[in-house]
Design a protein around this ligand. Sequence first.
Ligand SMILES: [Zn+2]
Length: 201
Amino acid sequence: MNDHALILVDIQNDFLPGGALAVPEGDLVIPVANRLMDDFPIIVATQDWHPADHGSFAGNHPGKQLFEVIDLNGLPQVLWPVHCVQGTSGADLAPGLQAERITKVFRKGTDPAIDSYSGLYDNGHRKSTGLAEWLREQGVNRVTVCGLATDYCVKFTALDALAEGFAVTLHLPASRGVNLTPGDVDKAVEEMRSKGVTIQE
Ligand SMILES: [Zn+2]
């Protein structure tokens, strides 16, 4: 089992019900994730960690609407409400999560010019967070990915891990999605499955 790591994606206050960018039932992943940690010797977490002037925030684009898709430095970008600003309680890992069991936290989305859904790379694949390299140094070759949100950060983390050569499992009971458009989560799961991610129902 020492070659198998658990990646907890963005289980942060702002993505829970009542948060700035609440994922429906996002809080329900916490007890499942806590139990899941028993099975993994290596547990990492990703943390969305934006500066206040981040380009993914609708408020930083006067005249644009929430959830509108714009071009941000050459990449399509959904405009989100302000969320997970560095140092705010919204950016904290969920208090119910047994964070003391997490080996290492990888922060993403720190560059105002580009968003980072994946825990491994920014959306343009320009810069690595160091997560893939770190996992390899630990001898990891399999990862189980879960958290928030299935149709964004969980999906892109899983697909990037797959592209990096890891065997990837998506743990569905410990994940929830946004479904900005109904069906987005199902589509994301099918895309992951078709590309080679094992889906744990
Ligand atoms: Zn974000």
